[in-house]
Design a protein around this ligand. Structure first.
Ligand SMILES: CC(C)=CCC/C(C)=C/CC/C(C)=C/CSC[C@H](N)C(=O)O
Length: 485
């Protein structure tokens, strides 16, 4: 096919869809961000008025994934949702999914410094409260009150977005939640919490352990992400029965969306018609280009993850320039028997379910006995299976230190979330008019609900831009109909 034929076919395909007055956005990335963007766009435009393509080079769900051990599956990526996370709650309910309730058992945690437990939760909550007060004093209530206040201010976003309020920058979104939020990205968690009157001991133990587990990083991360991490420690959490990735998968099946399993190489702006060509390569060697009214980039723009080229955009190279790096977290799922001698020679049944490290120099970040995302046909919850988070793959020697018996090992090597520091710049949602960047939200914090809120914001930005323009009139003059006579 020569260039002229190609352009004719491509533009005709675009025009044909436009003839039916369809709105054509492309979403690059099939994780929770990209799929929830599609869900919110359909909510705003109506399914019959929009034709969405989702580009995904790997598996739908992205950093939400499971690993199979025998008859059972286990979360290997994003694993927990907070009960205050409205959009995730709504998506699960709307899509007919269920929260995981099976296999629930007493989930106690212990803080381990690499040689001893500095704190261990009791099976009796009142004993735990006494132990917490004894070790951390009453300044503990300061941090729980601090996080509860932040959660209530964070929830303002839901009413703002219900009133179609949109944000072009992460800074403006955080500021709308509370004027104090943006500044929290400019100080370390340690300094910010000390300034809030929280004892260094709580920060060095509780906050450090939550960050090493949730983000693989220490209290030098900025205070906003440190606060989100603490919300996971003190809040009630849940996950989706069958796996959190099911939310992304169900959006696609529920709305019957078109998934193009390909890698996107370029986004090419076509100024004369104000639309975008998405250049992509699938299993073949030849690349193809398809035209869209809008493009949503729902995948990280960092030099370790993205080679995307943005062409014909004013300073396009800068707009799609790489922003920082993502932190490597290795998730190792082991079926076997724990070597409880490693942990102060405790008996296996005395070990806490979740062992969180307070010491960054230890070769792993957390050690948890985990439950499957669903039971098997006989209602069983499966054999003893453990999940170890570590900054790099565990060596055979390290596995032998942690386990006295190993039946199987599954390794998931993630670039899981941004490398956070207090200099981390709040990013922009708008790369160019009608070209949006969902993962900008991760500069504030990375969690399923953060991606869902960003998705809602971008869907509202798209809707505001589209309804402001008059896209259909200039295509529905006689010319278009002439083309099809
Ligand atoms: C402003 C604050 C304190 C919270 C905002 C609400 C929110 C996003 C809560 C989510 C807390 C949570 C479940 C964090 C876990 S992140 C761990 C890991 N990265 C994952 O995604 O599972």
């Amino acid at each position: 096919m020569n260039v002229l034929d190609f352009l004719l076919v491509n533009s005709t395909a675009y025009s044909a869809l436009k003839f039916y007055n369809l709105f054509l956005p492309a979403i690059i990335g099939g994780g929770i961000g990209g799929t929830s963007t599609a869900h919110f766009l359909i909510d705003l435009f109506g399914r019959k008025n929009i034709d969405i393509d989702i580009y995904e080079a790997n598996k739908i769900g992205g950093r939400l994934a499971t690993a199979k051990v025998g008859d059972f599956e286990y979360e290997t990526g994003g694993s927990v949702i907070h009960t205050s996370n409205k959009y995730m709650e709504d998506l699960i309910s709307t899509l007919g999914l269920r929260k995981r309730s099976h296999c629930s058992s007493q989930e106690n945690f212990g803080l381990y410094d690499g040689s001893k437990f500095v704190f261990m939760e009791s099976d009796w909550s009142w004993v735990t409260m006494i132990k917490l007060a004894w070790r951390y004093g009453f300044s503990l209530s300061k941090i729980t009150d601090n996080i509860d206040t932040m959660l209530s201010r964070f929830a303002r976003i839901y009413e703002l977005q219900a009133n179609h309020k949109t944000f072009t920058t992460v800074h403006d979104m955080l500021h709308a939640m509370d004027p104090s939020f943006p500044a929290m990205m400019k100080k370390t968690t340690f300094n910010g919490f000390v300034r809030d009157g929280i004892s260094p001991k709580i920060i060095d133990e509780l906050v450090m352990a939550s960050l090493l587990c949730n983000y693989g990083q220490d209290t030098n991360v900025h205070q906003f992400v440190g606060s989100v991490s603490m919300a996971a420690v003190q809040g009630s959490l849940f996950s989706v029965s069958g796996g959190n990735k099911g939310v992304a998968e169900k959006v696609i099946s529920h709305h019957k969306l078109n998934v193009i399993h390909s890698k996107v190489l370029k986004v090419i702006y076509e100024k004369d018609v104000h639309r975008f060509g998405v250049n992509y390569v699938g299993s073949g060697k030849e690349s193809s280009t398809k035209d869209y009214d809008f493009v949503v980039l729902a995948a990280p723009l960092t030099h370790d993850l993205s080679k995307l080229q943005c062409l014909n955009l004013p300073d396009g190279a800068k707009k799609c320039s790489q922003r920082g790096t993502y932190h490597r977290t290795v998730s190792t799922i082991v079926e076997g028997k724990v070597n409880s001698n490693f942990f102060e020679s405790m008996k296996e049944d005395e070990l806490p379910v979740d062992i969180l490290l307070t010491n960054k120099s230890v070769f792993f970040r957390s050690f948890s006995r985990i439950k499957p995302v669903s039971t098997n046909n006989s209602g069983s919850c499966g054999p003893p299976v453990y999940k170890v988070f570590s900054p790099k793959p565990l060596t055979d020697q390290e596995l032998k230190v942690l386990f006295k018996e190993i039946k199987s090992v599954q390794v998931s090597d993630w670039l899981a979330y941004p490398e956070y520091d207090e200099a981390f710049a709040a990013d922009n949602f708008v790369l160019y008019d009608r070209f949006y960047y969902l993962n900008a939200i991760e500069s504030a914090a990375s969690a399923m609900e953060m991606s869902a809120i960003s998705a809602k914001n971008i869907a509202l930005l798209v809707h505001a831009s589209w309804t402001k323009a008059k896209p259909v009139e200039h295509l529905n003059n006689g010319r278009l109909k002439d083309e099809f006579r």
